[in-house]
Design a protein around this ligand. Sequence first.
Ligand code: C5P
Length: 293
Amino acid sequence: MPRFEKLTIFAPAKVNLCLAVKNRREDGFHDLESLFLALNFGDLLHFKPRDAVSDEISMGNCPVPMLDNIIYKAITLFREKTGFSQKFNVIVEKRVPIGGGLGGGSSNAAAALLALNKIWGIQGETLNHQLLLEMAAALGSDVPFFIHETPAAMVSGRGEIIEAVDMPPMFLVLVNPGFPSDTARAFRLLDEKRELGIIKEEFTHRTTGSCGLCGSWQNFVNDFMSIFPEEEQRIYNEIISALQSQGARYANLSGSGATCFGVFEEEEQARKAAEALRGKWDFVEYCTQNEFD
Ligand code: C5P
């Protein structure tokens, strides 16, 4: 096999500009309707060949445990499907907050599948897009979106139905309060509140083409916004208000938290907002949508 020295791949983060959660399905998952936007902010993954019996994944010079690591799961799945036996040293430049609702882990998994497919391609073999999507769906609900490498998409089903959409240029500010949010817990809280009748599904935006693709930010929702205990809710509301005070046209929670985002129409305004909010919260980042090559 021709040798490769190193492959570096960008794993973009995402925000859910809009996220509508439907009812719980028999398999325990929920059908979603969500407008995903890939960001030019994310992690970098470096793949180097490793002449050893096992892989090694490290972050900031420290090896990370492999067992529950989604990158390792992606590599293992790729090997099972292809028989590709090369072992890897994977160095992760992690910038996306973990448990942040920005798809960091999912994007890492998709990047690993795409990277291995490129490396395997040096031998002249590749998996087709459909197979990659199926593997992605097995790794996590948000992973297929990142296989598409599209700046924006309407995502539905469990996350496997993806329809690319055009979005105008947007300037975003991400704010993470410094604590993670567990996705499974958030879905559980949402189910509990719905069962108790405390919150209802908002049928209106689901019957009108969902997520406000008719063009108005007013239709955009995140169904997780009302399910958190008081203190978490207070913090999210505080961040969203701060983003709005800085001139954000729209601000909401991304995914099941804990990162909030504001959308600005002008780059300068977004950069100034990020500057003003830095210091108040652990993580503040200016970014725009990702343009894939
Ligand atoms: O697929 P993923 O690993 O991201 O899902 C984590 C958890 O979030 C699942 O175990 C499930 O409880 C919940 N989930 C869901 N419906 C989805 C996506 C995730 O209920 N569409």
